[in-house]
Design a protein around this ligand. Structure first.
Ligand SMILES: Cc1cc2nc3c(=O)[nH]c(=O)nc-3n(C[C@H](O)[C@H](O)[C@H](O)COP(=O)(O)O)c2cc1C
Length: 417
């Protein structure tokens, strides 16, 4: 310490501005969620609070889980190019998607068994989507009825995701219910001719509904709230099928029809009066083929890495698909989005819209409906901040010039090329 430093006693007026004791937050869920600054933070909370089988079903993907890791890495490997000295005091994050407005460039992806992750399930997602002004997509394997989702999001946009089953009449009966309930978009998933190999589920002996084995009981001890909620609310049932008891893979393989082709897709398209999106496109040629069938949207997705492992990275596929069919259809993208910056990068590279699967489910598991609100708030904040730092004030101003996709895995030159 410098000998010349002069000292004095602190007085009351100096101390007052330093003493910023916050009022303690009494709501434990809010306290927990407020601490989460990123989707990864929500994931950590979710893991602590959710039984292992349900958490792993959500967090996991297929085989060696390479697809999801690569997809997330591709977003991490974005280099942004900001423009400076723009007035970014106001920023607008909405535009039209499939003929109607959205407030943000992302929506909630369809996910199965959602009430197993948290009993508030799809209703939490639909309420949160309504508040945020974004679409909510209900899965064929959802655990809330079509009409109940509509009631939870009566003025907002609801989309229905269809899996084509062996029992076509039952599949189409669902489509009719979605039309009657005013869902504006049908999303047909085409990357599940058979179930992917979800090894975590096999190792956990995960079944629907969760079975009370010695292992699950031991795992439940530090997670009493989940079990309390699960056992004291409506039993798990599906939006679309009768109760099931067995593993997820058995359920999928019993129901799904591996014979579905482009002709079937064209037929389903003819049955749906609203907007029509194909989910799970993974090559330029298939993007072209479904575009020629007259769809409104193409969703580049590898199902969050839950089907074919080592699948193409949707974000890397995006520029080629935009070049091929971007003038004819709206291009959407999912798989691997964990941050609003990922969303901005996808929009800049030509996507019209993105979907979030796990990012929403981590929030749901971390804190039910308030957790989904938190996930959306985190992503919104990141989208707005990234846009401002890039020097843009609206989605239309984002261009491929804002992004370089740095590539770690480049294809080996093949003989003759
Ligand atoms: C737990 C879980 C269940 C899912 N269930 C379905 C489903 O029933 N139908 C469907 O088309 N996609 C389903 N998906 C895939 C999502 O719609 C979406 O494509 C994927 O989650 C996007 O990747 P992300 O989780 O990295 O955001 C599911 C994904 C997860 C994580």
């Amino acid at each position: 310490m410098n000998e010349k430093t002069r000292r004095r006693l602190p007085n009351r007026h100096d101390l007052a501005p330093l003493m910023q004791f916050k009022k303690p937050e009494l709501n434990a869920t809010k306290r927990r969620l407020d601490k989460a600054l990123t989707i990864e933070d929500l994931r950590r909370i979710a893991k602590r609070r959710t039984p292992r089988a349900a958490f792993d079903y959500t967090d996991g993907s297929a085989e060696a889980e390479l697809s999801i890791g690569r997809a997330r890495q591709a977003f991490a490997d974005v280099e942004f190019h900001p423009a400076i000295l723009r007035d970014v005091s106001k920023v607008s994050t909405g535009w039209d998607v499939l003929g109607a407005p959205v407030s943000l460039p992302f929506g909630i992806a369809p996910t199965g068994f959602t009430r197993m992750m948290h009993t508030e399930g799809e209703i939490a997602g639909a309420h949160a989507a309504a508040r945020a002004g974004i679409p909510f997509a209900l899965s064929t394997m959802g655990t809330t009825a079509i009409e109940d989702v509509k009631a939870a999001n009566p003025y907002g946009r609801n989309w229905f995701q269809l899996y084509m089953w062996k029992d076509r009449d039952r599949s189409m009966a669902l489509v009719e219910r979605a039309v009657a309930a005013g869902f504006d978009t049908l999303m047909v998933t085409v990357d599940v001719p058979v179930a992917g190999a979800r090894l975590r589920d096999k190792r956990n002996g995960m079944s629907i509904p969760p079975a009370l084995t010695l292992g699950t009981v031991v795992n439940a001890i530090p997670r009493p709230q989940w079990w309390f909620d699960f056992l004291t609310t409506e039993p798990l049932s599906f939006a679309s099928l009768d109760r099931w008891s067995g593993t997820v893979a058995e359920l999928l393989d019993t129901m799904f029809d591996p014979t579905v082709t482009f002709d079937d897709l064209a037929w389903i398209r003819s049955q749906w009066p609203g907007k029509f999106v194909v989910k799970g496109i993974q090559t330029v040629a298939d993007a072209r083929a479904v575009t020629d069938l007259g769809v409104d949207g193409v969703l580049l997705s590898n199902h969050g890495g839950r089907q074919l492992d080592r699948a193409p990275i949707p974000f890397h596929l995006l520029p080629e698909v935009v070049a091929e069919v971007g003038g004819d259809v709206e291009i959407m993208l999912d798989t691997g989005i964990m941050s609003g910056a990922d969303v901005v990068a996808a929009i800049a590279m030509g996507a019209r819209f993105t979907l979030i699967g796990r990012a929403y489910l981590y929030g749901l598991m971390a804190g039910g409906e308030a957790g989904v609100d938190r996930a959306i708030a985190i992503l919104t904040d990141q989208v707005e901040r990234t846009m401002r730092l890039l020097g843009v004030t609206c989605l239309e101003e984002l261009t491929p010039q804002h992004v370089t996709q740095l590539v770690r895995l480049a294809p080996r030159q093949r003989a003759g090329e």
